[in-house]
Design a protein around this ligand. Structure first.
Ligand code: RAT
Ligand code: ZN
Length: 434
């Protein structure tokens, strides 16, 4: 559970209210930052979470938490069980194997394994049990609607942004059946299947009634725009999104590149939506371990430079996976005001790396970026991921204010509140025109 930092009694005026306009002395800055971070409701701008109406697509509970692909990768390092054998087991047995290996036979000190401990602790469950009986009984007892509300409240989130794939047969059905809008979950139109080389979206598109072909002919481009328009109307997404490999080049002589330039970018302009690019994943470096088998590569960000420069009417939300690309991303954000860096995802979401990237971003961009998203795939992960973000960010933000103070500019709680609002809410709201 998010722990509220105690507000210093000095900040409380005679009327019992916090004096937010008072200049803070150096010794009170860090407490004030912690307090503001804790009491501000964040928007989680990229997750793989869904409301109950999406059925089995939305993952939650202890077995899903333990079979998160970040933990599966660690399991295969510590266990002799061959991947093929592991995949043949029912989910419950997989979760048992991971619990035994990573939590009983080993000490959970990696970021992902500490996350499980933090979730168990947040629900008052035992963190050193030899089996999962108690945890399973607890989750089996929850009713999903109430549980979701409670989890988001524990994570200090007002809203989470989903990842919605219109070409996923199960998810498509949910939308076609006219799913009710849930204010806590904002949709995103994810386009990987259309824009990633090697994927074969064509039969799916044809079955949905679009006259497309593999060459991205002029007719096909028109049809993809019609597809995007139909799905924009159906989903009302807050942005469109693609994850891209480290080898991503733009422009390029390929059907995907033409579709990006002639269909996706114009549709984003037409609907006034940003395009999110998550760049740098090397898919299936080790296919034996499935989702855990993706890796990272340094990307050529000149392609991003061309996109930002040649399409000034488009807004780009960008996250890069390679640590080596982070500084360049900040430099490009200083050149192009249609570029909004966001998040420290996947292999970057470790305190040491988040700290380094966030310092760099504050030093180069002030508050004009979005520090983090959770990328949660299983509901309860938002509890530990956002606790960790607040914990890592508090000293970094406080240090920035200390430096400003040393340079001669005092700071008030009001200003800290304004900055935290920008970083974790309004930069995103502004970018998505909310
Ligand atoms: O962080 C992850 O879980 C990755 O597998 C991906 O989901 C990545 O975040 C993506 O959205 O492609
Ligand atoms: Zn993701």
């Amino acid at each position: 559970m998010v722990i509220r930092a105690a507000t210093s009694s000095k900040e409380i005026n005679s009327g019992g209210k916090i004096d937010t306009a008072e200049k803070l002395t150096a010794d009170r800055i860090e407490n004030a930052v912690r307090d503001v971070l804790t009491s501000t409701q964040f928007i989680d701008i990229h997750t793989h979470l869904y409301p109950p109406a999406f059925g089995k697509i939305g993952l939650w509970g202890i077995d899903e938490l333990l079979t998160y692909h970040y933990l599966e990768a660690e399991f295969f390092r510590h266990s002799d069980v061959a991947p093929e054998r592991y995949w043949s087991l029912p989910k419950r047995d997989q979760a048992d194997a991971i619990w035994r290996t990573l939590f009983v036979q080993n000490t959970p000190i990696s970021e992902a394994s500490r996350g499980i401990i933090a979730v168990l602790q947040a629900f008052g469950l035992s963190t050193d049990s030899t089996d999962l009986t108690e945890a399973r009984a607890f989750f089996a007892d929850q009713s999903l609607d109430t549980h979701i509300k409670k989890v988001l409240q524990m994570a200090g989130l007002s809203t989470v942004v989903m990842t919605n794939d219109p070409l996923d047969p199960d998810e498509m059905q949910v939308w076609m059946n006219g799913v009710q809008n849930d204010a806590q979950f904002q949709p995103v139109l994810r386009l990987d299947r259309i824009l990633c080389e090697g994927s074969d979206p064509w039969p799916q598109l044809i079955s949905q009634g679009y006259n497309v072909d593999r060459r991205a002919s002029p007719v096909c481009i028109k049809e993809i725009r019609r597809f995007l328009s139909d799905w924009q109307r159906r989903m009302r997404p807050v942005y469109m999104a693609i994850s891209l490999p480290d080898t991503f080049q733009f422009p390029e002589d390929s059907a995907q590149s033409r579709l990006l330039r002639e269909a996706v970018l114009p549709s984003c302009r037409e609907f006034d939506l940003p395009l999110s690019l998550m760049i740098g994943v090397r898919r299936q470096v080790n296919p034996r371990i499935r989702l855990a088998g993706d890796a990272v590569g340094r990307a050529d960000l000149r392609s991003l430079e061309r996109l930002c420069r040649d399409f000034p009417e488009n807004r780009f939300l960008v996250s890069v996976l390679s640590r080596e690309n982070q500084h360049e991303l900040c430099v490009y954000a200083r050149k192009f005001s249609n570029l909004m860096p966001f998040g420290c995802w996947w292999f970057l979401n470790n305190p040491s790396i988040v700290e380094e990237i966030t310092r760099e971003r504050i030093e180069m961009l002030g508050t004009s970026f979005i520090p983090q998203h959770s990328d949660a795939r299983v509901l309860e992960q938002v509890i530990y991921k956002w606790t960790n973000t607040r914990r890592t960010l508090a000293p970094i933000l406080a240090q920035s204010y200390h430096l400003a103070c040393e340079d001669g500019r005092s700071i008030t709680r009001q200003e800290i509140e304004r900055d935290v609002q920008r970083l974790f809410r309004s930069n995103f709201e502004k970018w998505t025109r909310q």
